[in-house]
Ligand binder design. Structure first.
Ligand code: A3D
Length: 325
């Protein structure tokens, strides 16, 4: 019998595949709480729970890990992180996954509503912005408790590429990405800085060139596809680390500002759509969306990204009306 602890938080993972496994390991190593893995493949869920639990003696964490194909395992979770769904294969776009993954998300939403209706839910399943909207709608939970992880990852990639170019630590690079998790995402150069020095100023100083920054912006937009091309499936280490940072911000009321797929109603001119914006995460979930000023050019790029999410959302609505998802 697993030990259980009422004093530890419970983190439920829906999907125990590539990202799910790393999420479980990071949640334990960061001592966030007990971990329950739910997957339609019971063996994978149980096997990963046992494998990670077997590292406790070496890594020095105390957590109960369980795995099951029974959704009751989600009961009472404070955080639920959803990765159930198909990942991309080379040559596929995220949007190609909409029908297959929306069907999966519909069933997951029911489980979360029944087992953990008070949880803070972080969705990672692609195509991210429309899947998190679908999940919130089907689970009928508060918008501020259902959020999508994409911007933390996209910004982390942007920061990594900038850090490599400038020969500095990623920790000293602050940068963020607005918009949907797709090729139209908007890495915001003007709001990015290195130890407080704005990127445009770094270009003026001659530390790097505008052409290099433009190439980094393009590489950030294609960062997911670059990994898919190299390893034949989508990234999982950095996506898991990003979602764990969001879970931790909620559990510890850290009031961190992350770019997240958050529900926008009246901010940035968006009316009722999940899209990537800077959002403050604390004990109440998404506590605030930060609306920054954009230049006309940034605004145009952001609008293109919103339009891309909106167009895919229309595809999803049509599938819903046809009873396909
Ligand atoms: P994978 O390793 O295939 O894991 C998915 C898991 O979901 C598998 O173990 C399946 O058995 C399980 N599953 C499928 N259907 C169900 C169901 N109905 N109930 C419970 N479990 C189920 O994929 P992955 O972990 O590499 O990726 C998961 C998702 O994340 C995919 O949709 C990816 O496209 C997406 N992803 C998003 C990002 C973002 O930045 C948003 C990054 C990388 C991957």
């Amino acid at each position: 019998m697993p030990r259980s602890s009422s004093s530890r938080s419970k983190i439920a993972l829906v999907g125990g595949g590539n990202i799910g496994g790393i999420l479980a390991q990071l949640a334990c190593e960061k001592k966030l709480g007990d971990v329950a893995i739910f997957d339609i493949n019971a063996g994978v869920a149980q096997g990963k729970a046992l494998d990670i639990a077997s590292s406790a003696a070496v890594e020095g964490f105390h957590a109960t890990l369980t795995g099951s194909d029974d959704p009751a395992i989600l009961r009472g979770a404070e955080v639920v992180i959803v990765t159930a769904g198909l990942p991309r294969k080379p040559g596929m776009s995220r949007d190609d996954l909409v029908e297959s993954n929306a069907k999966i998300i519909s069933s997951i939403a029911r489980h979360i509503r029944e087992q953990a209706p008070e949880a803070f839910v972080v969705c990672i399943t692609n195509p991210l912005d429309v899947m998190v909207g679908h999940l919130q709608r089907e689970a009928n939970m508060a918008h501020e408790k259902v959020v999508g992880m994409a911007g933390v990852l996209d910004s982390a990639r942007f920061r990594h590429f900038l850090a490599c170019e400038l020969g500095v630590s990623e920790q000293d690079v602050s940068a963020f990405v607005l918009g949907g998790h797709g090729d139209s995402m908007v890495p915001l150069v003007r709001y990015s800085n290195v130890a407080g020095i704005p990127l445009p100023e770094i270009v003026r100083m001659g530390w790097t060139s505008q052409e290099t920054i433009d190439a980094i912006v393009a590489r950030t937009r294609n960062g997911g596809a670059e990994v898919v091309k190299l390893m034949g499936t989508s990234a999982y280490f950095a996506p898991a680390a990003s979602a764990i940072a969001m879970a931790q911000a909620y559990l510890y009321d850290e009031k961190r500002i992350f770019p997240c797929a958050a529900y926008c109603k009246g901010v940035y001119g968006v009316e009722g759509l999940y899209v990537g914006v800077p959002a403050l995460i604390g004990k109440d979930g998404i506590e605030k969306i930060v609306e920054i000023e954009l230049t006309p050019q940034e605004r145009t790029l952001f609008q293109e990204s919103i339009d891309a999410v909106s167009a895919l959302n229309k595809v999803l609505v049509a599938l819903r009306e046809q009873g396909k998802v």
